[in-house]
Design a protein around this ligand. Structure first.
Ligand code: CA
Length: 228
């Protein structure tokens, strides 16, 4: 069955271009130009992936992304006008899986869509649970949920992957570049700061559920290690 991608974009020409390329790559697409129509549409017909423009009439992509995450883990790629906005958006912790900067080539959009759906599938195919009894961490890849000390962690997809990567190899120090390579399996500009922001947000959430010390250790000049 064809995967269904919802394009939320108010610039009709951009939306049509993306839709053409996705259709050529055997995706089914629908297009919404107005932010207010997104949530009702999702309740009726949940897509396999959403391309979500940041600046929309009526309702912006930031608040939409936050609301979607209260009821769905559908993969979301945000479309933003400026690369500098990405770190700021990441800091807001909206729960998007990926970001593409305008102007972009439609080919790039298709490859990001492919990559994200592949990554999600890979996570689903991974062992269903990984239990670290000492740390009280358990990760369920089937429903995307992680628990710490029996308390659920409210993680974004990127944080979920980061937690999985770090805790799977608890002794190893992961450089930022290695984390970037594992978090994003395609060509793109991801800065070290992006990784630092993800780690910062993940640490905060781990602290909320009662980690005594930083379970993610910073190794000066190198990167991060799971302190399990
Ligand atoms: Ca726009």
């Amino acid at each position: 069955m064809k995967k269904y991608v919802l394009i939320v974009e108010d610039e009709i020409k951009i939306a049509e271009l993306i839709a053409d390329y996705l259709t050529a790559s055997h995706y089914q697409t629908e297009h919404i130009a107005n932010g207010n129509q997104v949530i009702p549409h999702l309740k009726a017909h949940m897509p396999d992936l959403i391309l979500l423009d940041l600046m929309l009439p009526e309702r912006d992509g930031l608040s939409l992304c936050q609301e979607i995450r209260t009821f769905s883990m559908v993969p979301i790629i945000m479309l933003t006008a400026r690369v500098e906005e990405i770190d700021r958006i990441l800091g807001l912790d909206l729960g998007a899986d990926d970001y593409i900067c305008k102007p972009f080539s439609p080919r790039e959009v298709v490859s990001r869509v492919n990559a994200l759906l592949r990554r999600i599938k890979h996570l689903h195919d991974a062992p269903t649970a990984l239990i670290d009894s000492d740390q009280g961490l358990s990760i369920n890849h089937e429903n995307y949920v992680a628990y710490f000390n029996h308390q659920p962690l409210q993680l974004t997809p990127a944080e979920f992957r980061l937690l999985t990567i770090l805790s799977r190899l608890p002794i190893r120090v992961h450089s930022r570049q290695q984390l970037i390579d594992q978090l994003y399996d395609d060509e793109r500009i991801v800065t070290n700061r992006t990784i630092d922001t993800h780690v910062k947000n993940l640490r905060k959430k781990l602290m909320v559920v009662g980690t005594e010390t930083d379970v993610i250790a910073s190794i000066y000049g190198i990167g991060y290690r799971w302190n399990g």
